[in-house]
Design a protein around this ligand. Structure first.
Ligand code: AKB
Length: 315
């Protein structure tokens, strides 16, 4: 059967790169991108204006394309979510339930939905955080991701919907700007290092967070989507990680390429409390065992790639 793929929320950090990868794998015409706004970079291929909260409009798009795979990426992230908690809850939850319902109604073969390390909270183990442990998220984003995970597993058990999900850590990419999260410093730092030679970091020097280079994230996502259903023991969302580091460690790595780079710290940023409630490192044994997860990027080659790609963009 030929695939028909819809990406909802394709203008964002993940969607932009996922669309490129899916189009090169399945063909441009087989992948419909969609968002609430026209994309700033107009890519080749079908695009639809969709608000995921408008279920009837969404239904008409499903009727038109009869998708075999749906990727739901429209969401409000951690930092922005705290500025408007009810709106974040509504978009993240109602959007997910609309897509899950339509996926069942239209017999969609596979659905992908991203969760996050934000499902963990202050009482979760900080280091090597396991798949299953105490989870007490205290951001609205984390609440919506945790509830979303339960709904995903529910739809799998109750309606046999083949839903697959990853708890992404901070994603580091150069093609698209990040979308209002707590881990965004790890992208801004590269832009400012090249353009200004310095960066004012909103997290403290020793705040260690799990991160993943976008190339690894996209490859991992496609590998999960291609894995035989019978191999997948987890239908809530898989822990996944690449590498953990602090702003200070990232700065030292950047200095190897830009020796005059300097990092300073901004006190009292509300994102610090969010970061402090999240894991410092993640155990992703289930992903390794079930679908062969293996990250390729460490701090050294990620830093090298970010600086050389962004430098080329600036030239
Ligand atoms: C955020 O910082 O909100 C996101 C995430 C870790 O889910 N990057």
């Amino acid at each position: 059967m030929e695939e028909s793929i819809i990406i909802i929320g394709s203008n964002g950090q993940i969607g932009t790169e996922l669309a490129l990868a899916l189009r090169s794998k399945y063909g441009v015409e087989r992948v419909v991108t969609s968002d609430i706004r026209e994309p700033s970079i107009v890519a080749q291929g079908p695009f639809e204006l969709i608000n995921v909260l408008d279920k009837e409009l969404l239904r008409s798009i499903f009727e038109q394309y009869h998708p075999t795979q749906v990727y739901l990426l429209a969401a409000v992230l951690s930092a922005v979510g705290e500025q408007n908690p009810k709106m974040a809850w509504d978009l993240n939850m109602t959007g997910l339930l609309n897509v899950l319902d339509l996926a069942v109604e239209f017999n969609v073969s596979k659905v992908f939905w991203p969760s996050s390390i934000a499902v963990f909270g202050p009482h979760s183990p900080k280091e090597n955080t396991p798949q299953y442990c105490i989870m007490d998220p205290n951001t609205v984003y984390g609440l919506s991701k945790q509830a979303g995970e339960r709904w995903c597993e529910y739809y799998f058990n109750k309606y046999n919907l083949d839903i697959r999900s990853i708890r992404y850590p901070g994603l580091i990419s150069w093609k698209t700007a990040p979308g209002g999260g707590t881990t965004d410093y790890a992208i801004h730092i590269f832009h400012d290092a090249l353009s200004k030679g310095s960066y004012d970091c909103f997290l403290s020097a020793e705040t260690k967070l799990p991160m993943l280079y976008m190339e690894d994230a996209i490859r991992g996502t496609l590998e999960l989507m291609e894995a035989p259903a019978t191999n997948l023991r987890i239908r809530s969302s898989y822990n996944l990680t690449g590498i953990s580091f602090t702003p200070e460690q990232l700065s030292s790595e950047i200095k190897k390429h830009l020796p005059s780079f300097s990092l300073s710290y901004l006190p009292n940023d509300p994102r610090q409390a969010i970061a402090d409630s999240w894991p410092s490192s993640i155990n992703d044994d289930y992903a390794q065992q079930d679908w062969g997860w293996n990250p390729h990027f460490n701090l050294a080659n990620l830093t090298e790639e970010m600086l050389s790609n962004l430098k080329q963009n600036l030239e």
